[in-house]
Design a protein around this ligand. Structure first.
Ligand code: UDX
Length: 442
């Protein structure tokens, strides 16, 4: 089977290397020439465990990259993996999807092909794409991805389920082709959900928004615990023993970030609104998330009265551990809020590429590590905490517990920790003489 994958971003790249690992001939297509060159040299443009190894294993053999849509002519299956960012009103911006579809259409030569939409798209998009290709000999299939950053390759190779949405469930041809494309999973007990386009499209939004809602639920509850007492970590742990609830995605913190949850929740809200239905619960999920960081900031402000001139160590720049991705990162948001208050911020992340991305974002002068205001970046956690008035944890790095907190206590000006991810062993920290403020957990 010959496959082409349009888009070499996060989803497209994992799809390309994953399918080449299954033994298919894969060609990745992207309009970004320098990225294509980089990929053909075996260099991975993103930080994701295992991807560069697989890229090097297959590139130049059964995997190659090009900017030319001509290559789709030889493909049996074409995966569309272009971005669907958020537009100014919160809708999913489908410009890239439609322009890629148009580029495909121009190259189709009458031979039958299956076009698979992997991008997260609003309900009705697969139907529109089919409409654009109505004179072509193609079937359009919806096949949403469920890849977590940092674990994307693992999620690709060990999926919880494979969702496939078709125009007509009585037409066996595209169904058989998709089953063949994913035949690697057929003896691995992976459930295949074979359904219609709309269900498939909605499954993706439903899954992400539900997980986001779990987070916002526990975050809302944490505010009450902040005021009336109780430890939200113990509360969510106890809740999680009920199998109907489960213990995942119930960690209170300063809110969810990343390239998926914020955007997908907002896009789902828009889809309700566009259909004149009030999305009460999902809107609340979004609002709770937007407000969570201000609740946390107020806690810091209340402690110091005035943040002007105070120095803080921000531990965590990426939106979650083991990624370099700063998109919608709560740590970055908090840095900016602290700078607005006149604070001096010393920041750190364990992931080198996350630090590099921060340097690029703020156009740091590398030698001085200084941004026009009062932002400094460090490669060493102990240098970061030197002489600070408070430590603020913004990414849930469990290795923070392995740091020498005795040493940290001797380096800081003021022994206070604001644990925005409830990651520290609170008793240990308190026993070392630190004042500890968690989220719903003091
Ligand atoms: C998510 C989904 O998990 C994945 O299935 C989907 O396809 C893409 O979006 P990802 O964006 O990589 O994946 O991150 P995820 O691990 O889900 O975390 C998202 C955010 O939620 C992070 O900022 C994280 O810190 C936060 N989070 C997660 C919490 O605040 N509490 C939790 O209990 C879990």
């Amino acid at each position: 089977m010959k496959i082409s994958v349009i888009g070499t971003g996060y989803v497209g790249l994992i799809q390309s290397v994953g399918l080449s690992e299954f033994g298919y001939n894969v060609v990745g297509i992207d309009i970004d020439e320098s990225k294509i060159k980089q990929l053909n040299r075996g260099e991975c443009p993103l930080y994701e465990e295992g991807v560069e190894e697989l890229l090097n294993k297959h590139v130049g053999k059964n995997l190659r990259f090009t900017t030319s849509y001509d290559e789709i002519k030889d493909s049996d299956v074409i995966f569309l993996c272009v971005g669907t960012p958020q537009d100014e009103e919160g809708n999913a911006d489908l410009r890239f999807i439609y322009s890629a579809t148009e580029s495909i259409r121009k190259k189709l030569d009458g031979n039958y092909k299956v076009i698979v939409i992997k991008s997260t798209v609003p309900i009705g998009t697969n139907r529109k794409i089919k409409e654009m290709l109505k004179d072509c000999n193609v079937d359009v299939v919806s096949n949403p991805e469920f890849l977590r950053e940092g674990l994307a390759l693992n999620d690709f190779l060990n999926p919880d389920r494979i969702v496939l949405g078709f125009e007509n469930l009585n037409n066996p041809r595209p169904i058989e082709i998709m089953k063949e494309a994913y035949s690697y999973f057929s003896d691995k007990n992976v459930p295949f959900i074979i359904t219609d386009w709309e269900s498939s499209e909605l499954i993706k939004y439903a899954a992400n928004s539900f997980l986001a809602t779990k987070i916002s639920f526990i975050n809302e509850l944490s505010k009450l615990a902040d005021v009336v007492g109780g430890d939200i970590k113990t509360i969510s742990r106890a809740m999680g023993f009920d199998e109907r609830i489960g213990n995942k995605f119930l960690n209170a913190g300063i809110g969810y970030g990343g390239s998926c949850f914020p955007k997908d929740v907002k896009a789902l809200i828009k889809q309700f609104e566009n259909n004149n239905i009030e999305p009460k619960l999902i809107r609340a999920t979004d609002e709770v998330n937007e407000e969570q960081i201000y609740w946390f900031l107020n806690k810091i402000k209340k402690y110091y009265n005035n943040l002007n001139g105070k120095t803080f160590a921000i531990l965590g720049l990426a939106f979650k551990p083991n990624t370099d991705d700063l998109r919608e990162s709560r740590g970055i948001k908090l840095i900016e809020l602290l700078l607005e208050e006149g604070a001096i911020v010393k920041c750190f992340d364990y992931v080198e590429k996350a630090r590099e991305n921060t340097i690029n974002r703020y156009k740091f002068d590398k030698s001085k590590a200084f941004y026009g205001y009062n932002l400094y970046l460090f490669e060493d956690i102990y240098k970061t905490v030197e002489n600070v008035d408070g430590i603020i944890i913004t990414t849930e790095y469990s290795n923070l517990n392995e740091e020498d907190w005795n040493k940290i206590g001797n380096l800081v000006r003021n022994k206070v920790v604001f644990d925005g991810r409830n990651i520290l062993d609170k008793n240990k920290i308190k026993n070392l003489g630190f004042k500890y403020f968690g989220v719903g957990r003091n």
